[in-house]
Write a protein that binds this ligand. Sequence first.
Ligand code: ADP
Length: 610
Amino acid sequence: MDKYGVLKKYFGYDTFRPGQEELIDAILDGRDVLGIMPTGAGKSVCYQVPALLLPGITIVVSPLISLMKDQVRALNEAGIHAAYINSSLTEGQIEKAFALACRGQYKIIYVAPERLLTRLFQNFSRQTKISMVTVDEAHCISQWGQDFRPSYLNIVDMVAGLPERPVVSAFTATATGEVQEDIQCVLQLRSPKVLVTGFDRKNLYFEVRSGGGKDAWLLEYVKEHRGESGIIYCATRKNVEAVYTALRMADVPASRYHAGMDAEERRRSQDQFIFDECPVMVATNAFGMGIDKSNVRYVVHYNMPQSMENYYQEAGRAGRDGGRAECVLLYSPQDVRINQMLLEMKEFREEMTEEEIRAVRERDAERLKRMTFYGTSKDCLRGYILNYFGEKAPRRCENCSNCLHEFVEEDVTEICLDIFQCIREMRWSYGVAAVAGVLHGSASARIKTAGLDQLSVYGSRSGVAEVRLREIIRDLIGLGLLEESGGQYAVLSLGEGVQEVMDGERRIIMKFPRPKEKKAPVQKRKAGIAGDLDSAGWQLFERLRALRLTIARQMGVPPYIVFTDKTLIDMCVKRPKNKSEMLEVSGVGESKYRRYGGRFLEEIKDAGEA
Ligand code: ADP
């Protein structure tokens, strides 16, 4: 069988995704590889397909127990013999697994890095032909990254100790150049094929919502997406509790996760989510590492994270199955301040020097700034993300809230000149709210007691709403024309390029949402994964989803391991009538067909007769 045969038979797919084939070919040619692909791009297939074609065993080093379990479960479902070895097994179980492995029972073995230098592993690895060592989450080997794991350094010694050097393949979603070089160097990859696929996730829709009313909107949104799985990220435990309670009160099957819960509670919550008993998860960023759940249809950030790196990683947990999914950020300026405060309170290891601490603080502040600009940008959001990660992007993607919503452009140069003047008169000592308040002529006590109502600029822009003034100031910060200091009491100062505006050499055009009364009928995006289905298709999808849940409960596996949402959708589109038609559905391989094909065929037939 060749690589296409393996892809079809075991995974049920007809074609490779971008990058997969090149990496697989290189591995089969005996070359080391380094694959850098975003979450959900399909890294596993890149080593699992060659693992089945190579003569010996493939060892996969992976940092997280939950991830290993999930992968092995999925492989077993696909009819591939695989096992994992980590601290969740007893010594007796580990011995048994190695004994079976020595007898050639498994093609793929997942091993925790801590296990690599143990006597048991070494006995096994010297007796058995190891064709490939795969390093998953390979950035864990780099001290540059945030997830450095000293035990990953064991990999190098392990490979060096093998009787015959296997192919070494490494995969990560972390793209920075330093980390990439480090991986190659520390792992001692031999003239590897390095492949970086784009960071774009086409199936994800991005949206930013600003303004208040987060709770009401969220409730509405979650209800609209009833039956679908989603994650809601909050900045603090307190917010997690509040949002969780609100959802529960509205009968939404939600679970929660944060570091304040004990390990058992967290495990239970996580399982309820993974097994779709409670498909909505409300969590802090402590949740998600090692969660492979492929049918997460939306990720809502109730609070803004501290960097685009964090945002994209968390949002990227949506739509891993390649089906349509949504990533919504609920932006509020207050979250910026809370993050600034959290960063100020950040603790550093004792051995760090003043200078190192300053460098980290500066980097953190810069990252938060860029995250904030994402929240206020009026340009294509996907473009913003891709540019941030160093990729080129078309001006519009037509699949984010900024591309789909209508904006009108307005020349705001004169207002900006007043803003500059105001900041000067206020002696560079005030922040966004005070400057906007003074220009508008707000009668707030804060302004009066500070005597700001005596300034000549006070009320000079009374015709412009205060929120609009704040918006313009935020955009000016985004453009670099104003600078905002860090700290709890952020103050504004003039940035580079202001002189040009004052000299009349540069006009400032900004985009604003089209006023409501003039709004053209808004293009209503079809909601959810099944947006492409007609109503009969939708009904069938619901039936198949229910059948999947029943089967998953019977088998004790997460529903997405039975079939992904995307596979169910494809069934609803193709409506297979027999085995050969069922095998044409994307994601139905032979093993899965044998296990479940009949029941799904029957359900489709019944639905057609109903
Ligand atoms: P990553 O490890 O890169 O985050 P995964 O390996 O978990 O991504 O793959 C994400 C999803 O994409 C899985 O559901 C997988 O089955 C699916 N997938 C992988 N390769 C293909 C392919 N060639 N065609 C269709 N789906 C694929």
